[in-house]
Ligand binder design. Structure first.
Ligand SMILES: Cc1cc2nc3c(=O)[nH]c(=O)nc-3n(C[C@H](O)[C@H](O)[C@H](O)COP(=O)(O)OP(=O)(O)OC[C@H]3O[C@@H](n4cnc5c(N)ncnc54)[C@H](O)[C@@H]3O)c2cc1C
Length: 445
């Protein structure tokens, strides 16, 4: 014991039949279905409470379970005895069957028989002049800040970018007193009309659409428009929007710009485990099993398809992980229908090529390392730009600028290496000490 690293006392070890990474709708439903089948289950999430992006914050009253769908899943999770590790982020796989996760004060070593990766998605941001000004925020990011207490009542907010998240965020901010000036969607009216037709067979989606329409009544919706510049002295004062083809522009005075260009799946953990990823999505079989036996994936990493698809995939993965194949099979039909919605989303909100010319030479693309568009444009690949400019080497580790350079320059990201998230020095050194002691058991790095 004398040769153990000094950090060893802080390492908390736990083992589960099934471990779930991510406690959004997909992870919650997966954990519930696995635990109700009798398995010991742990669930780990970097947010302070379960719920993921959509159910973050005020929709879950964790102590007094209310009647919302979120609270029902959390209630079942607790009734089934699932062990929760919230505020805890998975950052490394030291050996197959073991994940390391960092909490506020502890390092967790979580071992498992089966793993379900349900790490969700994040927003895609595109750089344009002024996008680094204070009060220019991600649409979901602004929503999250309001959920955490940022006062928004009476503030003038322009919502812009692409995807249905813009509508959900605009509705949420309006409910909390924001003055939503307009919503600019880069997709054209004709693609949106085709999307509407694709929704006709899906009664649930249509009725959600009508509810949103009512909540957003009176707010101008501008299809085929997008932001080209944010201006202000020290913080945002106005945004220039453009209707690209006609070259028409308008300047809108506002306090906040809530801006995001649809979602990018969080595939880094799955990639670290060696799961096969194609076109940016984790590949799974009918039972949501990845190319690595015993590792399942559910929710947005397999395709961006919204809440219902995440819940269904989570349930299938949870049942499959505890070998309840028949229960999983019952859900295949619903999933097929939901996946057609995911494909329609992908077609409708694919980004138009004009958005590639948004940045000027001096526009910062990598915000962590202050790397401008013109410096990146001198290189031919993600790897070369990383070596020469430090693009992607800051705290976001390429999570923000990686997808941007993929869109702007068609660069492929480099293979994922541990740690998948920045981790505290003492926890990284604990990993390094273990690697030294047992070199054959620790993955690359
Ligand atoms: C910023 C944002 C806001 C959104 N807001 C809305 C909304 O208001 N309305 C709406 O209809 N849809 C919203 N969506 C879309 C919604 O999240 C999806 O439709 C769906 O609910 C996804 O469920 P999921 O379980 O796949 O992922 P998520 O809900 O994203 O859950 C994944 C969870 O995994 C956690 N995680 C990821 N990596 C790690 C790790 N390494 N260690 C520990 N935990 C990890 C994440 O923090 C997250 O809590 C939003 C999406 C985003 C990105």
């Amino acid at each position: 014991m004398g040769s153990e690293p000094a950090t060893e006392n802080r390492v908390i070890r736990r083992g589960f039949d099934v471990l779930v990474a991510g406690a959004g709708p997909a992870g919650l439903s997966a954990a519930v279905c696995a635990a109700e089948g009798g398995a010991t289950v742990g669930i780990v999430d970097d947010n302070p409470s379960p719920g993921g992006q959509i159910w973050r914050g005020d929709s879950i009253k964790t102590d007094s379970i209310n009647s919302s769908e979120a609270a029902r899943w959390v209630g079942r999770l607790r009734a089934a005895g699932v062990q929760e590790f919230c505020g805890t982020r998975v950052f490394h796989q030291p050996e197959p069957g073991v994940l390391l996760a960092e909490g506020e004060e502890s390092l967790f070593q979580l071992s498992y028989g089966k793993l379900i990766v349900a790490t969700g998605a994040r927003e895609l941001f595109l750089p344009f002049p002024g996008w680094t000004l204070p009060n220019v925020m991600g649409a979901g990011g602004l929503q999250a800040m309001v959920k955490s207490g940022l006062p928004i009542a009476g503030k003038r907010v322009l919502v812009a970018g692409s995807g249905p998240l813009l509508l959900a965020v605009a509705a949420y901010l309006r409910q909390h007193g924001a003055d939503i000036l307009m919503i600019c969607e880069q997709a054209s009216w004709s693609s949106l009309a085709r999307f509407g037709l694709a929704l006709l067979p899906q009664a649930g989606k249509l009725s959600q659409g009508f509810v949103l329409r009512r909540q957003l009544s009176g707010i101008p919706f501008m299809a085929g428009w997008w932001p080209v510049e944010a201006r202000g002295h020290g913080k945002l004062e106005e945004v220039v929007i453009s209707q690209g083809r006609s070259q028409r522009t308008k300047t809108i005075s506002c306090d906040f710009l809530a801006c995001g260009f649809h979602l990018v799946p969080n595939t880094e953990l799955a990639e670290l485990l060696g799961c096969h990823v194609r076109n940016g999505f984790v590949q799974v079989d009918d039972f949501q099993q990845t190319s690595i036996p015993g590792v399942f994936c559910a929710g947005e990493p397999t395709g961006v398809g919204g809440l219902e698809l995440a819940l269904i995939e989570g349930q299938i993965a949870g049942f499959a992980a505890v070998r309840r194949s028949e229960s999983a099979r019952h859900l295949f039909g619903v999933r097929r229908k939901m996946r057609s919605f995911a494909r329609a989303l992908e077609r409708t909100f694919s980004l138009r090529p004009e958005l590639r010319s948004l940045p000027r030479p001096e526009t910062i693309v990598c915000r962590c390392e202050d790397v401008t568009y013109s410096r990146l444009a001198q290189h031919g690949s993600w790897r070369a730009s990383k070596l020469q400019t430090r693009c992607g080497m800051g705290p976001c580790q390429g999570r923000v600028c990686g997808p941007v350079t993929r869109f702007l320059f068609a660069w492929s990201p480099a293979p994922v290496r541990p740690p998948v998230f920045p981790a505290r020095f003492e926890n990284l050194s604990a990993v390094a000490c273990k690697a030294e002691a047992e070199p054959s058991q620790v993955t690359g790095g």
